[in-house]
Structures are given as structure tokens and as C-alpha cells.
Write a protein that binds this ligand. Structure first.
Ligand SMILES: [Zn+2]
Length: 136
């Protein structure tokens, strides 16, 4: 599965991923990418939309990918519906402002496998992937 950025460049990383020390502990379960309100948010890989709409105080979209990863995008006004297949680069919705911690509109992009959150940048930044240890 190939992954690409969810925003067109430039997409500065305003806040990096910070793995939580405990499942419910503090952390930053994704990266915040700077953008502009209303710009298209793109699927990072092929998959199926599993959530699109309002959750508590924000709108978001989640996509399940064939390799067991789930990507989440917020705050995003969805233009897709649950169950819809998407391809990498398809528009999922439009970026809204208001994500906590960003002074400008930003996209919070998360990746997880089951309950474990991963650093999304590792999927799109080749040299980061090469730093991972080989499986033994
Ligand atoms: Zn964030």
C-alpha cells in the first residue's frame, strides 16, 4: 500500500506526533499539517470510508486501508459517506479551522493499527522508514 500526503504542498508540520506513554495518557496522536480553510483533504491510500461526520465537537473522516491501518482526518467537512471506497488522492472533504493547538487552520492526521497510534510521517518520509529496525 502506498501512502501520500493528505494535503497538497506546502503542508508544514506544525506539531509532530507524540506517542502516548499509556493508552489513555497524554500525547499527540497524529501530526498537524498547516493548510488553509476549505482546501481539499485527500485520501492518503486506497481504502474504505468508515466514518464521516460529527464526533462530539468536531467533524472528521476515517478510512480503513487493506493493510490494517486506519487513517483519520480532522477537522474536515466530509464530502464522502460511510462505506464508500476511495483511492489514494481522492477528495474526502474540506479542511475546517479550529483544531486545538494550531494558530492557523491545520489538519490533524492520525494513523492507527487497532489501538496503537503510529507516526503518519513514517509512511510518507522515506528516510524515516529506513530508520526502523529490521524484523528479527
Ligand atoms: Zn493535532
Amino acid at each position: 500500500v502506498r501512502f501520500s500526503w493528505p494535503l497538497a504542498p506546502p503542508h508544514p508540520v506544525l506539531r509532530p506526533f507524540l506517542a502516548p506513554s499509556a493508552p489513555w495518557g497524554p500525547g499527540h496522536r497524529g501530526v498537524d499539517l498547516g493548510g488553509s480553510a476549505g482546501e481539499p483533504v485527500l485520501a492518503v491510500a486506497d481504502g474504505t470510508v468508515v466514518f464521516a461526520g460529527h464526533l462530539v465537537d468536531r467533524s472528521l473522516v476515517s478510512v480503513d486501508h487493506p493493510n490494517g491501518l486506519r487513517s483519520t482526518y480532522e477537522p474536515v467537512a466530509p464530502t464522502v459517506t460511510v462505506g464508500q471506497p476511495v483511492h489514494r488522492g481522492d477528495v474526502l472533504g474540506h479542511l475546517e479551522s479550529g483544531h486545538a493547538g494550531c494558530a492557523v487552520p491545520c489538519l490533524h492526521w492520525g494513523i492507527r493499527r487497532d489501538k496503537e497510534y503510529l507516526d503518519p510521517l513514517a509512511l510518507v518520509t522515506a528516510h524515516r522508514i529506513r530508520l526502523l529496525p529490521w524484523p528479527t
